[in-house]
Write a protein that binds this ligand. Structure first.
Ligand code: NAI
Ligand code: MG
Length: 354
């Protein structure tokens, strides 16, 4: 059901996060104005490492209730040079996403007007959708440390897979694969070396596959997958992997498509209990913060994913086309070989909305 006004939680976060999110907000508002069929009400929340350093907390106590008042979350990045990364990640991003947003969707393709670092890879040769299990696995947070500071100190990080967790993400991935022209799903594990949880993965995915006889499926071990992605990108379409494996493979995917700055992420709660969260794949990049060098394309693409999830397909397509046109016209940031600033790219995209 279409709503006239969408309420979006805007969390810029740290580093270049607010820079790219502000650019994204401008582009979304411009598209909504152009179409005139809906409005977006962005509610800016100051949940960031600055807040943590001032108050000791990334999030207010009632953050779940606050987020539930929104239709979606538009997120930049979290991470500061003077806060340990595991504190910032668990304090903000994982606190928001786990356990409801169990499907992480990471699309990658080579945008027109940009180049892959692969010699013989043209736009169209690399068009993937990576589905990452987003709630358990290697990032379940199970484990501990004993005998701190001793030579025999021990740290455990227990990987936790459940049949329910694997089957629900597998069904989600098969549905995505089915919706794409090639109907091809490759799932990735490491079930030769990891003989418990990863074998459960293989069994559970193969089990779900019977429900989707129209989707072609194959299996890769994660190490061999890096080779196939690099040497035969054309042979892949939809990719399903665990939390850790897909985290790494999607960074590789973004790099092979041209830049970490272009790739989008959707953290989806398919049950719509929580608003889903949309963010560029990159981090807070403090090496380029405040310099106008941040590529906002990954954020624009994430905004398109958000609009699509809200049912505003026309607006999503409008922004994506305008973004591609700006790339073709050479209005790109430094990471893509251009010299435009974040704001100039946003201006160029807004000027090309039609
Ligand atoms: P990063 O993604 O922030 O940066 C990696 C490299 O890519 C840097 O050289 C950076 O300048 C460049 N880069 C990233 N985004 C770019 C963009 N939009 N345009 C142009 N260049 C871009 O990853 P890094 O350096 O490992 O992490 C920095 C901080 O971000 C850490 O605190 C880390 O924990 C955090 N982080 C947060 C994430 C999130 O919030 N989802 C994801 C990844 C990292
Ligand atoms: Mg990552």
């Amino acid at each position: 059901e279409r709503k006239a006004v969408y309420k979006i939680a805007q969390i810029g976060g740290d580093g270049i996060g607010p820079e790219v999110i502000n650019a994204g907000v401008r582009v979304v508002n411009a598209a909504a104005k152009k179409l005139g069929t809906f409005k977006v009400d962005f509610n800016e929340l100051d949940w960031s490492s600055d807040r943590y350093k001032k108050t000791g907390k990334y999030l207010p106590e009632d953050y779940i209730e606050v987020l539930k008042q929104h239709d979606a979350i538009f997120f930049g990045a979290v991470g500061a040079p003077d806060v340990p990364d595991h504190i910032s990640l668990w304090g903000l991003r994982l606190a928001i996403c786990q356990p409801h947003m169990y499907a992480n969707v990471r699309r990658t393709r080579i945008l027109p007007g940009t180049q892959s670092p692969l010699r013989d890879c043209a736009a169209g040769d690399l068009d993937w959708c990576i589905i990452r299990e987003n709630s358990e696995g290697e990032y379940a947070g199970h484990g501990g440390r004993s005998h701190r500071g001793m030579p025999y100190e021990v740290g455990t990080e227990v990987t936790m897979f459940t049949r329910v967790g694997i089957e629900r993400i597998a069904r989600f991935a098969f549905q995505i694969a089915r919706s794409r022209p090639r109907k091809l799903l490759t799932y990735v594990t490491k079930s030769n070396a990891m003989r418990n949880g990863m074998v459960l993965w293989d069994e559970a995915v193969e089990n779900v596959a019977h429900e989707f006889p129209d989707v072609k499926m194959d299996h890769m071990l994660v190490d061999a997958m890096t080779v196939r992605m690099t040497l035969n990108p054309k042979s892949l379409d939809t990719i399903l992997a665990t939390n850790l494996h897909a985290d790494i493979l999607s960074d590789l995917a973004a790099a092979l498509a041209g830049s970490i700055g272009i790739a989008p992420t959707a953290n989806i709660d398919p049950d719509r209990v929580m608003p889903s969260m949309f963010e560029p794949i990159h981090g807070s990049a403090f090496d380029i913060t405040g310099m106008g060098l941040a590529n906002p394309v990954g954020t624009f693409w994430s905004a398109c994913e958000m609009l699509e999830w809200l049912g505003e397909t026309e607006a999503a397509e409008m922004i994506m086309k305008a973004t591609e046109k700006a790339c073709v016209d050479g209005i790109k940031t430094r990471d893509l070989g251009g010299s435009a600033t974040t704001e100039e790219v946003a201006d160029a995209v807004i000027a090309r909305l039609q």
